[in-house]
Design a protein around this ligand. Structure first.
Ligand code: KIV
Ligand code: NA
Length: 267
């Protein structure tokens, strides 16, 4: 039985073989991704992907705890990182510590992730000084949709300085890795070169120190919309739709259940 990857092992992979990361929200999917991933993220994307919410803003601590517990049961080798939901950390370092400690204690996650750059540096410093490994997330931060004004590319032109400063600030504050979401590839490469911790790209660059995708996006299970940065490695949603249609047709035609699915008298 292999030991689980640690945040410091992830940190040490800077500049090495790219880190493989996917999300998971359930035990069976956690088992599948654990076989190939260095990091498994219990993302607050669970709200949109599994609960039908219009954004990640409605995700609660209770939802994260339940999905985190389910994912933990399916992992034996990947590092489990869990998202801090909107409203659970922004008030200040003490609130963030209380909720991060609860997520780790109740789920067994090895690290938390939170969104924000310079504005979250003090909080990241406070958590890491108190034994909570933090993955940061800069660029497009979906919990800030209402102030960003949409899911647009971040850091184009002069705005590159802001995203670079955010990435530097979270690394200085002790984050062991930083997610770069939806930033120009050249900026992602520059941040990867200048920041001493691994960058995990999503809609960023193949030059990042690792990549992450939402598992339901790459499997073709979440099809409400498809961001440009998603590659569908399978079309499981189509396969499921065809299977359900075949079942419905057989039920209506009384071809299901067949002789092998029903019971006779005592054998
Ligand atoms: O919630 C999530 O799934 C994420 C990743 C896409 C980085 O934050
Ligand atoms: Na997230």
């Amino acid at each position: 039985q292999q030991r689980q990857m640690t945040a410091s092992e992830v940190r040490a992979r800077k500049g090495g073989t790219p880190l493989v990361c996917l999300t998971a929200y359930t035990t069976p999917v956690a088992r599948l991704v654990d076989a190939e991933c260095d990091i498994v993220l219990v993302g607050d994307s669970v709200g949109m992907v599994l609960h039908g919410l219009p954004s990640t803003l409605g995700v609660t601590m209770e939802m994260m705890v339940l999905h985190g517990q389910a994912v933990a049961r399916g992992l034996s080798r990947a590092l489990m990182v869990i998202d801090m939901p909107f409203g659970s950390y922004e008030e200040g370092p003490e609130q963030a510590f209380r909720n991060a400690a609860r997520l780790m204690a109740e789920t067994g996650a090895g690290a938390v992730k939170l969104e924000g750059g310079i504005a979250m540096a003090d909080t990241i410093r406070f958590l890491t000084a108190r034994s909570i490994p933090v993955m940061a997330h800069v660029g497009l931060t979906p919990q800030a949709i209402n102030t960003l004004g949409g899911y647009k590319v971040q850091g184009r032109g002069e705005d590159a300085h802001r995203v670079l400063a955010d990435a530097r600030a979270v690394a200085d504050a002790g984050a062991f890795a930083v997610v770069l979401e939806k930033v120009p590839a050249a900026l992602a490469d520059r941040i990867t070169a200048e920041v001493p911790v691994p960058t995990i790209g999503i809609g960023a660059s193949a030059g990042c120190d690792g990549q992450v995708l939402v598992v339901d996006d790459m499997l073709g299970l979440f099809t409400d919309f498809k961001p440009k940065f998603v590659r569908r490695y399978a079309e499981l949603g189509h396969a499921a739709g065809a299977a359900i249609a075949a079942y419905a047709e057989e039920v209506r035609a009384r071809r299901f259940p067949g002789p092998g699915h029903v019971f006779g008298e005592a054998p």
